[in-house]
Design a protein around this ligand. Structure first.
Ligand code: SF4
Length: 237
């Protein structure tokens, strides 16, 4: 499992995949990322310490992901992230957060702001079609208005290549995402052991119609494979 990488294109940054106590939602019917967790906080800290030691500050931007919300990381790891920001000159840091954990974002921004580090928080929305999202994906977002969802967040993830999606619905999601968020990260569904499977016909529509249109957009990241950022792979826990 790769846990450190450098993203050279679009919003260049270093990225670390850390490990926490685990996503507290764990219900999304397409996701096996939440298997990457450990209940032993000290073991997590030691693993996270090893990965954070690789951060050089090359682009002064760092993305921290942990298969859940930033609030699932132990306090020693959070303290170390702050130390790394200061010692390596990180000026912007990105975290992920589930809708249910958004109440911690204000304090997160304040604690990094005290160090002159700007926090950007990404939410996995997957689609702005609330009925599809909640009845099929079981994402756990209780708001349906995109503006309301965006209130506490800066960036969103979308999940494409699912049965029931088409060119029109996917483009509507991209446009909505770009209207309400600074950046959009599109993930193409990759088969895993979970009930929701990718739809090859939908993926083909994306590749033919939408990928060429948005691949050059600096506000849009597109992950055709879930390891395209250079981190991830088979969950290890
Ligand atoms: S997609 Fe995110 S919120 Fe949903 S179960 Fe997976 S890790 Fe948890």
């Amino acid at each position: 499992m790769e846990r450190y990488s450098i993203i050279e294109e679009k919003n260049p940054r270093e990225i670390v995949l850390l490990r926490g106590r685990g996503c507290t939602w764990r219900r999304c019917r397409f996701c096996d990322y939440h298997l990457d967790f450990c209940a032993d906080e000290q073991a997590n800290y030691l693993l996270n310490q090893k990965e954070l030691a690789k951060v050089t500050g090359l682009y002064h931007k760092l993305e921290v992901i942990n298969s859940g919300s930033f609030s699932d990381l132990d306090q020693k790891t959070m303290d170390l992230i702050q130390k790394v920001c200061v010692s390596k000159g990180i000026r912007e840091i990105h975290f992920e957060c589930h809708w249910n954990d958004r109440q911690g974002i204000k304090a997160l921004r304040a604690s990094f702001s005290a160090l002159n580090v700007l926090v950007k928080v990404k939410i996995g929305v997957e689609t702005f079609d609330a009925l599809f999202r909640e009845s099929y994906l079981d994402k756990g977002i209780t708001a349906s208005d995109p503006a309301q969802i965006a209130t506490d967040f800066d960036e969103c993830c979308l999940l494409f290549g699912l049965p029931g999606q088409n060119g029109e619905t996917m483009e509507r999601d991209i446009v909505t995402g770009l209207t309400h968020f600074e950046r959009v990260c599109i993930n193409i569904m990759v088969e895993n052991g979970r009930p929701i499977k990718p739809d090859p016909a939908v993926i083909e529509i994306f590749l033919k119609e939408l990928y060429p249109k948005y691949m050059g957009n600096s506000r849009v990241d597109i992950l055709l494979e879930n390891t395209d950022f250079g981190v991830g792979g088979e969950p290890c826990a």
